[in-house]
Design a protein around this ligand. Structure first.
Ligand code: ADP
Ligand code: MG
Length: 338
């Protein structure tokens, strides 16, 4: 189902946890909300699930209003499944029984419920574990049981609140791949919430960056990465450097170099430069290395320079030492709007 949120506001005491939030998620899309801890992500999810009531705004699921203008459809009638960080499986039931449970509570006979559950176990690739108890599964497998149970609950939409946060990094990456595959197979509209921008970029069809109760930018991950709407988004998503500059005749000045920028009017501006848009070469602007981190395929380096009022981040392919000189060539920059 599609999800449409308009002017949604939730205030706790004097704190606006979710402040005038609006967005549309088309049917079948994987929508990731990413933002720092405490920015209001879980509250937003709970509002959509029906676990919180907003002071203002409306929510429509498939065009049907579930919240707003004196309407409040209770959570159990929204056909929305929620997967939390803790998997909340029944420990005394097997995998198959856990997944069959929603059908049995809908009044299906045991055999029929089990047959339907078997289909969902196939979707999450857990058929061979049907007879096990949750305690005999890995974290990732338990997560998949929780997903299958969402499907059994006839969820037309799945809301996930940091479901991978408890997993170790390796399993997390595997689960990212599996979640994406599961989404593509099931076609269920998914709202995925995380504080991890790398996870959001890896999974999202559409990404929303949230801060202090507000949505700062919505778009495909590539667009948010390449064209952040403001400084907060630029700082939160990936690495990069903000540099004060001036635009004249479609060119922005950085150190002694000019970078072509399109569609920007003349005047002072703030440039955002990604590490991969900085090269080094003998004719570059001189800087000094201040920190180096080895990342396997490359070194992440920070440099500074007397003539540039910024710590500049770039990647290099050869080892460098702190204090060494690097000469930078700026190849591309994004002018922050406004
Ligand atoms: P996130 O999931 O992004 O970490 P939350 O939505 O959990 O953020 O919380 C957003 C803000 O609202 C936080 O400052 C939190 O303390 C506050 N908050 C959340 N739930 C409640 C509540 N039930 N009562 C009071 N304050 C709350
Ligand atoms: Mg949260």
């Amino acid at each position: 189902m599609s999800i449409s949120v308009k002017g949604l506001t939730k205030i706790f005491g004097h704190h606006r946890a979710v402040d005038d939030v609006s967005f549309d998620i088309p049917k079948g899309k994987l929508f990731c909300v990413v933002g720092p801890s405490g920015c209001g992500k879980s509250t937003l999810l709970r509002l959509i699930a029906g676990l919180e009531t907003p002071q203002h705004g409306s929510i429509e699921l498939d065009g049907q209003r579930v919240v707003g203008d004196d309407v409040f459809i209770p959570p159990e009638d929204r056909r929305v499944g929620v997967v939390f960080q803790s998997y909340a499986l029944w420990p005394h039931l097997t995998v198959a029984e856990n997944v069959a449970f929603p059908y049995q509570s809908q009044g299906f006979a045991k055999a029929e419920a089990r047959a339907k559950a078997a289909e969902h176990l196939q979707t999450v690739a857990l058929t061979q574990y049907a007879g096990r108890r949750p305690e005999a599964l890995s974290g990732g497998q338990r997560q998949r049981v929780a997903l299958a149970r969402c499907l059994a609950g006839k969820a037309q939409t799945i809301l996930m609140d940091e479901p991978l946060a408890n997993l170790d990094p390796h399993l997390r990456e595997t689960m990212e791949t599996e979640l994406r595959a599961f989404h593509d197979r099931s076609g269920v509209t998914t709202l995925f919430i995380t504080h991890d921008q790398r996870e959001a970029m890896a999974l999202a069809d559409i990404m929303a960056v949230m801060d202090q109760g507000h949505i700062l930018q919505i778009g495909p991950p590539q667009q948010i990465y390449a064209e952040p709407a403001n400084e907060t988004v630029a700082r939160f998503i990936g690495r990069g450097t903000l540099i004060k500059s001036t635009v004249q005749d479609g060119r922005a000045r950085v150190a002694d170099q000019d970078i072509a920028v399109t569609g920007v009017s003349d005047g002072p501006c703030i440039l955002f430069v990604r590490p991969e848009n900085i090269q080094t070469g003998p004719d570059g602007w001189p800087t000094q290395v201040t920190s180096v981190h080895y990342r396997g395929s490359h070194w992440e380096v920070t440099v500074n320079s007397a003539g540039l009022d910024a710590d500049i981040q770039l990647n290099v392919q050869q080892p460098v030492q702190v204090g060494e000189q690097l000469r930078l060539i700026f190849e591309k920059a994004w002018v922050l709007p406004g």
